[in-house]
Design a protein around this ligand. Structure first.
Ligand SMILES: [Zn+2]
Length: 87
């Protein structure tokens, strides 16, 4: 895993989607988590994406505990994510 290049324009060397996925999968290093936190403060799509993914995880956890998360609510959140992180 190469370290991020020390660029004068960090926004270009930083792959938002890739990093967000790593964070959410728990594959990011502590250093990467720190970088992402700093980045997230300035990058609304990352911030929103992170918040929404966490909301989904919470819902799924609740479902596992037997409380049940409405599937339409999960779909709604997923739709929001696809809107802010275009493929
Ligand atoms: Zn970003």
């Amino acid at each position: 895993m190469p370290t991020l290049p020390d660029s004068s324009d960090p926004s270009k060397s930083f792959n938002c989607r890739e990093m967000l996925q790593k964070i959410l999968d728990g594959e990011a290093t502590t250093e990467q988590q720190q970088q992402f936190k700093i980045h997230m403060a300035e990058c609304m799509p990352c911030y929103k994406g992170y918040e929404l993914e966490m909301a989904i995880k919470m819902l799924l956890q609740k479902k596992c505990n037997g409380n049940g998360a409405p599937p339409d609510l999960i779909e709604k959140i997923k739709n929001q994510i696809s809107q802010i992180t275009p493929h």
